[in-house]
Design a protein around this ligand. Structure first.
Ligand code: NAI
Length: 255
């Protein structure tokens, strides 16, 4: 039975991923702030380290899958928390569990990015460089001085996608696949909070995918389950936009 760790397991996309993978026969190690096998706050270094240690204990040092879904949106209490959870809360787990994944059967990891990462293409914010340098203190400071959580969100998702793609060569040589799924609008508590927000609500509601609707967590989870399966055995280092056509709408000629 494959053993897969899933962050953000208590809600939205993460919960849908857990359900589908359980149906596919995986043993799930769920990680979230509460209501999970591993309760941890991924916005702090101590919380991330505790999460890695507890997962290593529960999987006995051998992991077949890792899926990083935990994230916060533009309604997070601060821009720094957006960077702390969406970038460092992902990279600490990916790096911390790499050795356990290298011992797994057909191991595969996956990060939930966002179509919002596209906003940083061409001219990334300085926060992106700080994140990719692993300089959390600087990244958090830049975030708190920056123009707002929407920029921090886009920067965090761009950086975490670049982080994943930069690992393609070394991880490929170890036989660990690593991909990114970049959703568009998906009906979850995070998305609802964005729509209800007085600062961003109108913009979020007006940004409608060509298919004319938001996706469901299950529609994202189905792609995740496929990418984690043996059917996707040659897919590595790729970014999948599951967004009802938003990416194509924004940059048809660039891919
Ligand atoms: P959600 O709010 O339903 O689920 C997010 C989960 O992450 C929650 O269970 C929450 O407790 C957990 N989490 C947040 N901060 C945490 C922390 N400090 N420590 C541990 N766990 C923490 O949201 P949703 O929509 O399912 O989000 C999942 C991922 O999808 C996120 O990375 C989000 O950025 C991404 N995404 C969502 C979109 C949407 O429209 N819903 C669009 C594009 C990307």
């Amino acid at each position: 039975m494959p053993v897969t760790a899933v962050t953000g397991s208590a809600s939205g996309i993460g919960a849908a991923v857990c359900n589908l993978l359980k149906q596919a026969g995986h043993r799930i190690i769920g990680i979230d702030r509460a209501d999970a096998d591993v309760s941890a706050d991924l916005s702090t270094a101590a919380g991330r380290q505790a999460a890695v240690e507890q997962v290593l204990t529960l999987c006995e040092g051998k992991l077949d899958g890792l899926i990083c879904c935990a994230g916060v949106g533009v309604t997070a209490p601060s821009s720094a928390i957006v960077i702390g959870v969406n970038y460092f809360g992902v990279t600490a787990l990916v790096d911390g569990l790499q050795e356990a994944l290298s011992k797994g059967n057909n191991p595969a990891a996956l990060i939930i990015g966002s179509v919002a990462a596209n906003q940083q293409l061409g001219n990334p914010d300085p926060m992106v460089a700080a994140m990719l340098d692993g300089d959390e203190a600087n990244a958090l400071e830049l975030a708190n001085q920056g123009p707002g959580p929407h920029i921090a969100y886009a920067a965090s998702k761009y950086a975490v996608t670049a982080f994943a793609r930069r690992k393609a060569v070394t991880w490929g040589k170890q036989g660990i696949r690593l991909n990114v799924v970049a959703p568009g609008a998906v009906e979850t508590p995070l998305h609802q909070a964005s729509m209800d927000d007085p600062r961003f609500g109108e913009a979020v509601k007006n940004f409608v995918a060509p298919l004319g609707r938001a996706g469901t967590p299950d529609e994202i989870a189905k792609t995740v389950a496929f990418l984690q399966s043996e059917q996707a055995s040659f897919i590595h280092g790729s970014v999948f936009f599951i967004d009802g056509g938003m990416d194509a709408m924004m940059r048809a000629d660039h891919f």
